[in-house]
Write a protein that binds this ligand. Sequence first.
Ligand SMILES: Cc1cc2nc3c(=O)[nH]c(=O)nc-3n(C[C@H](O)[C@H](O)[C@H](O)COP(=O)(O)O)c2cc1C
Length: 326
Amino acid sequence: MKTRITEMLGIDFPVIAAPMFLVSNPELVAAVSEAGGLGTFPALNYRKPEQFEEGLKVVNSLTDKPYGVNIITNKSNIYQEQHLEICIRNKVPVIITSLGSPRQVIEEAHKIGTKVFCDVTNLDYAKKVESLGADAVVAVGYGAGGHAGKIVGSVLVPWLVENLKIPVIAAGGIADGKTLLSALALGAEAGYMGTRFIACNETAVNEEYKKSILESDPEDIVFTARVTGAHANFINTPYLERLGTELGFFERFWTRFSFTRKWFKMYKGYRAMKGMGESASTGKKKAWKDVWSAGQTVGLIKDTKPAAEILAEVVREYSEAKKKLP
Ligand SMILES: Cc1cc2nc3c(=O)[nH]c(=O)nc-3n(C[C@H](O)[C@H](O)[C@H](O)COP(=O)(O)O)c2cc1C
């Protein structure tokens, strides 16, 4: 399966295991990259930049194939400069930026040949990152796990493909061979799969979270800004139901002015990361405060298996689905 992304990275399959806060660990990254896709993880998975560098060393000890690191490039990430420095020092093959301007990352990364992919949810922003020199965009469509866009992928992807010169990677709604085939048919040059990889053997999240991925339907996914201050998708747990999906009076007030909005988002982001950390961790006791992020593909996920088997299955299903097309 050759696309501009597989050629650019020297990988076998146009499948990227998307970076997932507190879910993607070095074992998952290495398993996907070893199996011919691209494994990735967020630098923010580690509380301190030094720990992130240790994490990189673990990845490098497990694979010599290309892999990627996600850096959050807005002000909520107080370590972004250190994350970038560590990536450059360790010659990370791919950096994926999200939530803020990728300018500095692109400038520094390109000096050592590191590729930079940027998360985008609309054409304006996609054009901006292309003009800054991004190597590809990740088109995050409606229904994706984590922070998602408001445009459905089946429109966002071809819209960006038509208007950009750099490759477009489709994110959101891809969990198997059929959905990968549909993304490539729309012009995407790789599929970015997050939610599917939560339910795999390598992730160290608690079993209730994995079970919830297998048992949830697309209707159980709630798109709300209430948890992090920016719109994201979550499984509708009893805790989320109690929290509600609309911002409260004071929260709406804080988001009215640009200065207070910035601090409000940082505060919400910090609280959400803490809550998600507690909910995802394996040793947790309390089940009353579950904040589990996932996309609408939960409806397509029926089993937990090793990441390499997921990838092999996706590739097999892709070929079968292609043959079955009328
Ligand atoms: C639990 C979870 C955590 C995520 N954390 C991050 C993150 O830290 N950084 C990021 O850029 N995207 C994050 N995402 C978004 C994914 O990278 C990706 O865009 C998304 O999962 C694709 O949609 P899908 O879940 O439908 O496959 C997260 C998604 C999930 C489900």
